[in-house]
Structures are given as C-alpha cells and as structure tokens.
Design a protein around this ligand. Structure first.
Ligand SMILES: Cc1ncc(COP(=O)(O)O)c(C=O)c1O
Length: 388
C-alpha cells in the first residue's frame, strides 16, 4: 500500500492548536505555521477506521484498558525497543508532559533541583518552575555537527539534583543518543541518586541509519533508576487522543509512582486512546516506514536548499523526528529581531529558540512534517525576505 504524504489537508476548521493559536503565539495569522510538533499528514486509516468501528457499538461508557491493547503495546515494546516485559511494569498515562508532571509531584518536593540538558523541550523547563522546583541546566555542546553531553558539567551538577529529565531522542536537537552516552548518563545519575525520567516520545521516529536505544536497556543501573515514557502520538499523528504509557522496572519506584497515580485518580484512560493506540501498534509499521522515508527526504531537501540558497543558516541535521534546529547565529541579530524577521517579513511560524532555554539563543525550530511543497514555500519565503 502506498501512502501519499504530499496530500494537503486544510486544518483551519478543526480547532487545531497549530492554527487556532497563531494570533496568540505569533501576533498574526497570515504565516505558514511550522511550529507545534504535530504533523500535517493524515492520521492513518487503520487508526481512523478502528475508532469508527468502536463508535458503531453505540455506547461510549467508562472503559478500562482492553487486554488486546495491552498485548499490542507489549509486542511493540519487544519488537522495537527490545524491552520484554509484562503489563504490571507499565501504566497508561494520558500525555507525557502530564506523566512527567506527576513524577515531579510524586518524587520531589518544592525547592528540589531537577537536572536538564539544555536546550530542551519547553514544558520541562516550565513544569518544574511552575511547581516550585529549581531547574539546573547543563548545556549541550554543539560538536561534530550535533549536540553532545558535557559529561563533566553534567556530573558536577548532578550532585545537587534529585531528578534528571532526559529527552531520548532529543528535542529540539534531534539527537539519537548512543548506548555509550546513555550508559554514562545512567552511571552519573545512579552514583548521585538522581532519578532519571526518560522521555522517548520521538523513539519511533528514529531516522534511517540510526538506532533508538531505550534508556532502561543500557545497563542494570539504568534499569534500576528510571521511569520511561513512550507514546504513539507523534509517530502516528494522534496527539489529540492523549495516549501514552510509562514503563518502570524498579519495584520500589514503580509502586511509589503507580500509587501516586491511583491515589489521585489519574489511572483511567479513555476509549479512543486505547483503540487508536492498539491499531497503531498492530498495523502501523508499513505506514511508519514510508513516513520515515518522506521525513528524511524533507530533511535532505532543507539541507540542500540551505546549502545552495541560504548558506549562512546552518542546520543541525536531525537523527530522529521531524523537527529541525536551525542555527541563525551568523546573522548576528537579537533574538527578538530574528523572531520578528521570520514572523513579520518572511511570514513563517517557527518556534523561538529561547523557548528551549537560554542555550537556544540564535536558533529557531522548524517543523517539516508537512508536504514538501510547504517546506519549499517556507524556505523560499525566508530567502526572499532576506534578499529585500
Ligand atoms: C520531547 C517531547 N515530550 C513530550 C511532548 C508532548 O507529549 P504529550 O503531548 O504526550 O504531553 C513533546 C511534544 O512535542 C515532545 O517533543
């Protein structure tokens, strides 16, 4: 079966955040939105059909996680992450950000310190701050064309922290961390009693030539000192269904976390999350393989376009997912001027690099999960505005 990722679908009348919040976020609506991390591709039919079929039953009552859903999740874990486990070690979670916010509440107190390797996905800066925790950041180094940990700095900072939130693969840098890198993170955190939260939402979007390594699999220390989050939401363009899972091997950590979720009545999922996720994990692989090829081609397109037309804009080539971290530092503009230029002159909506922390100064994040025509249009707009 061939899937057509060039199809353009009008999302404007669908209450989608990407369009609905344009004015609130960018101050105008006449821009190409390439910001929030969902895709403009159609959610695959095997997911939509499963939902329609469930609707045909006629009653949408309280629903618990079906065995068929749990089996599909477990099978996906074994096939794709080399995690062979049972449902007892897992828990349904609506959204990953919520799941991590619950972990913060369950395992830390106000004024505790949380370690982040920055730049990082903005909610991981905001949730700790908004709940009275203190963020400690270790700047990722731009080396060999991609982001790398500064392990000396990470270890120095880990000594004072209770928890580390690791984004694996990384957003915004698109890094697929190697086993050796993850092993070092595990060792440092274990040594200093820092609980590792591994957010692996982008795992399935690891691009050809790279391999996703799930954190808990890298060493006994990693398995014993972590909570890992996964979701089909990015992969199959269904974040509106809020369907994620967490996986915890250590019994004490698991009991403490699951008890927190149960005590706060956070355990019940919802019908369409189960149905959608089960369909994704059961039937999704052929679609995903084609998606990854299309995304890689979009990334290659951006790389070539920049090289030929805008060589002063450098791209940190992603190893996973559909988000490109663009380096505009050669333009030597203030962050405000750069954002204004892109929004008001080029009329493209990228995420401001400093939303990912101060280390994002001079950078912008571009979402290329859309028909190639749109990617091309965005780049042409920037080129044209830059030549005015
Ligand atoms: C690293 C990362 N974690 C979590 C999320 C959001 O997850 P959820 O919608 O499940 O809260 C995103 C969305 O962009 C993300 O990039």
């Amino acid at each position: 079966m061939y899937y057509n990722f060039d199809e353009e679908i009008d999302r404007t009348q669908s209450s989608c955040v990407k369009y609905e919040l344009l004015r609130a976020v960018f101050g105008r609506t006449d821009i190409l939105p390439m910001w929030i991390a969902d895709m403009d591709f159609k959610t695959p039919d095997f997911i939509l059909n499963a939902i329609k079929e469930r609707c045909s039953h006629g009653i949408l009552g309280y629903t618990c996680a079906p065995k068929t859903y749990k089996d599909a999740v477990l099978s996906w874990f074994e096939r794709r992450y080399r995690i062979k486990t049972t449902w007892e070690n897992m828990h349904f979670i609506p959204g990953i950000v919520q799941g991590i916010a619950f972990v913060i509440q369950a395992f830390t107190q106000p004024d505790d310190k949380i370690l982040l390797a920055t730049p990082i996905y903005p909610p991981f800066l905001n949730v700790p701050k908004n709940t009275g925790r203190i963020v400690v950041n270790s700047t990722l180094l731009l080396k060999n064309g991609h982001l790398e940990f500064d392990f000396q700095d990470l270890e120095a900072k880990a000594k004072e922290c209770k928890m580390m939130i690791l984004v694996n693969p990384h957003n915004p840098g698109g890094r697929v961390w190697t086993k050796e890198e993850l092993r070092q993170v595990a060792e440092i955190c274990f040594k200093h009693h820092v609980l590792v939260i591994s957010d692996e939402i982008h795992a399935d979007l690891t691009l050809p030539g790279f391999e996703h390594i799930s954190f808990s699999t890298v060493s006994p220390q990693a398995a014993d000192n972590s909570i890992t989050f996964f979701a089909p939401s990015k992969t199959f363009n269904m974040p509106g269904l809020a369907s994620s899972v967490c996986y915890v091997e250590n019994e004490n950590i698991r009991k403490q976390y699951f008890a927190y979720l149960d005590a706060n009545e956070l355990s019940l999922g919802n019908i369409f999350a189960f149905v959608g996720a089960e369909a994704a994990f059961r039937y999704g692989e052929p679609w995903l393989e084609q998606l990854l090829v299309y995304l890689q081609d979009n990334i290659n397109f951006v790389e070539q376009y920049l090289r030929e037309n805008l060589p002063s804009v450098k791209m940190i080539k992603p190893e996973a997912s559909f988000l490109i971290w663009l380096d505009f530092r050669q333009w030597a503009m203030s962050q405000t001027d750069l954002m204004r230029f892109l929004t008001d002159k080029a009329k493209v909506g990228f995420v401001n690099g400093t939303d990912y922390g101060i280390d994002g100064t001079g950078f912008m994040r571009m979402n290329i999960a859309c028909p190639r025509k749109i990617v091309q249009e965005a780049l042409e707009r920037i080129k044209k505005a830059a030549s005015l």
